[in-house]
Structure formats: C-alpha cells, structure tokens
Design a protein around this ligand. Structure first.
Ligand SMILES: Cc1ncc(COP(=O)(O)O)c(C=O)c1O
Length: 365
C-alpha cells in the first residue's frame, strides 16, 4: 500500500485555462509555457490539456525532446536559447526555435553548420535587467543576426517585470516599441499577467503571448485578483489522507516546537503530507485545507512527512478522510493554491514547482 498522497493533474482545467488565455489575447498565437516540467505538473501529464496551444515554450533541451517525443510537430521555443554550441545541433535536428539574448549566442550561431536556417527570437532587455540586449544595442544585434546564413526569421521579444503590479508595463512597452519601430518580424511580449490585465492593447498582445501560470490555474496577481476572478480553474490538486486522529485537552500542544497549544478540547487529524512532499514548511497554523471538501485549517508546524489539521467543526471526519491541500476536492469544492502560497509567504508558482518526486501523479479529465 503506497502512502496515501496523490497529485492529480486536471486535463479539462488546462484546456479551459488555455482557452481563457486565448480569449484575452484576441488573434495572437499562444505559447503554452511548460518550462520547469510544466510548472511541476509534468510535461507528459499536461500535454493532453495543452496541445491546443500554438507552440510550447520551455528552457531545457531535454524537455524539448520530451515534447517532440509526445508527437508535437509544431513550434517549440527555448526561452533562454542555447547554452553551448552543441545545443544548436539539437535545435537543427528537432527544429527548435531559440531565443538569442547575448552576443555569445550570436557567436555560436555564426559558427554553426546547418542545412536548415534557424528561427530565432531576439530578446530585448527593456527594463527587467535579466536577459536581453538593451534598446541601444538591440538594432546592432538584429543586424548581425540578419546577416547570418544560419538565421532564417528573426522575431522580437521582451519580458515584463511588473505586469502583475502597480508599476505596470507601459515603460517597457514604450522602450520596446521605440527600439523596434521599423524592424520587421513577429513580436512577443506578454506573460500571463500581461495577457490577462493588459492585452486589450494590440501592442501588448502582439503576435504571440506566453502565458505560464495562468494555464495552470493560478492568478498571476493574487490577491488583487483570484484565479476565479480571472475564470481560471486549478489544474493541480494535492490530496492526502488522515492516517491518525488525536484528541487534545486544553494545554496540549502539537508537533515540533509545540507552536500550537489547544485552548479547549479538540480533535485533530494527522495527514500524510509534509514538506518532503512539497508542502511548504513555512505554512503556519491557520493555513486553509479542505477536509472531505469542508474548509478547515492546519495546526502546528508542518513536519517532513505529516501535518495536522483541525477537525473541531467536522465530527464526521476521521481516519481515512481526504484532505485537499490545494486544488479541487471530490465534491467540487476548491482551495486555491494561491491562498496556501500566501500563507507560506510565497507564490503559487513555487508550490507547483516543488511537488516532490515521491508524490504519485495521475491525470484526470
Ligand atoms: C520569458 C518568459 N516568458 C513567459 C513566462 C511565463 O510567465 P508567467 O508564468 O508569469 O505567465 C516566463 C516565466 O517566467 C518567462 O520567463
């Protein structure tokens, strides 16, 4: 009997979320961003729900190989481009499009021997200061790329630092627009937050949008908006069962460090999920959970393999009850991953990506 913990990937939710991103982007094409093993969902588990995308964007060549192995013949974009010259051989072999963000990548391309010229996405650093050519250096990079026989089509891209927040994107959009004004080629700017919040502007949705977190059903700008505000469904549920019940008396404490002490008699359930499964240790007492679909809370510190939940208002719940740590419970009740992430002082992205390999994952419709 395996430990009673399960991660479920919801194919229909992925489909609907992708559709939602598409609606936000009007006639733009949609990259489904599946880096980091589809944000922890597993590329193979997520593929069925996301195959309606126009392309897959990711980082690792091994992930690109996995997408091709699933039968995907359409575009695949390497969001960080290549890391060393031999990566270009795989780009040629698998027909991968790749980002070019620095001179070293242009040097590698110039030395690459290929029969099929490559499609590249030239990245501008329009203010994020992570990857890309500054607006001042962008045109020279474009000219250099354009002169290479190894390059076929050059698309233009940038990435926003504040699409989810008050600073917004106008300053970056203006820099990008100014520096690319008379350059030919398709354009791609928007991540999830920009797609949901700003893509009414045709300059923002451009030719391609690149939603990641939204297709997995988490709000990029929580708590300003929730996933349901945006019409997004959780694509991942993490569930585990109660494997023991304790009856506490006033003054009894729970777990390592005795961080929770009962003030009155109460029942707690011990759940087969801990930080070694990917549940954040930083979640304090009071973090929301669903017990048999009813909302309750954690009590005490999360340990490696277990956590405790309050069964005070749930007399029917006990040994074997299902606890939804995030996602969708059997009866349809929802617990947003964003709420749990907020309790841990982080974002839904981190929780999804942290599901441990020991947790069995299955796919549902
Ligand atoms: C270049 C690029 N585009 C798109 C995305 C997708 O972002 P999000 O998951 O916020 O939609 C990312 C993710 O970090 C990225 O690095």
């Amino acid at each position: 009997m395996p430990r009673p913990i399960q991660c479920t990937i919801h194919t229909e939710a992925l489909r609907q979320n992708l559709q939602r991103a598409r609606q936000g982007a009007a006639d733009a094409r949609v990259w489904a961003v599946v880096k980091a093993n589809a944000y922890g969902h597993g590329i193979e588990h997520a593929y069925e729900g996301l195959r309606g995308a126009d392309g897959f964007a990711l980082l690792d060549l091994s992930e690109a190989q996995r997408v091709r192995a699933l039968g995907w013949r359409g575009p695949i974009l390497l969001l960080e481009g290549v890391f060393e010259p031999r990566d270009l051989e795989l780009c040629s072999r698998l027909g991968l499009w790749h980002t070019v963000h620095c001179d070293e990548q242009i040097d590698m391309l110039a030395l690459h021997k290929t029969h099929e010229p490559h499609r590249v996405f030239l990245k501008m650093n329009s203010g994020m200061n992570r990857l890309g050519f500054t607006p001042e250096r962008y045109r020279a990079a474009w000219t250099r790329l354009n002169a290479l026989p190894q390059v076929d089509e050059i698309s233009l891209m940038t990435h926003f630092s504040d699409a989810d927040g008050p600073r917004g994107i106008a300053h970056q959009v203006a820099r990008f627009a100014q520096a690319t004004r008379d350059l030919p080629g398709e354009r791609s700017l928007a991540n999830s937050a920009a797609t949901l919040r700003h893509a009414v502007d045709p300059a923002v949705r451009a030719d391609w949008v690149r939603p990641g977190i939204a297709v997995y059903g988490s709000a990029p700008d929580f708590p300003e908006h929730s996933a349901s505000d945006w019409g997004l469904q959780p694509a991942m549920s993490l569930e585990a069962r109660i494997i023991a019940v304790q009856q506490l008396q006033p003054g009894d404490s729970v777990g390592y460090g005795s961080t929770f002490t009962a003030e009155q008699p109460m029942r707690i359930g011990i759940v087969a999920c801990g930080y070694a499964d990917g549940y954040p240790r930083l979640c304090p007492t009071g973090t929301p959970v669903l017990v048999d679909g009813q909302r309750s809370r954690t009590v005490g510190r999360v340990s490696m393999d277990m956590l405790a939940v309050d069964l005070g208002d749930l007399p029917q719940a006990g040994f074997g009850s299902t606890v939804t740590l995030w996602g969708r419970a059997a009866g349809g009740a929802l617990l947003s991953i964003d709420e749990v992430a907020q309790a841990a002082g982080t974002v839904g992205y981190e929780l999804m990506c942290a599901i441990a390999t020991r947790v069995p994952v299955c796919r549902a419709d």
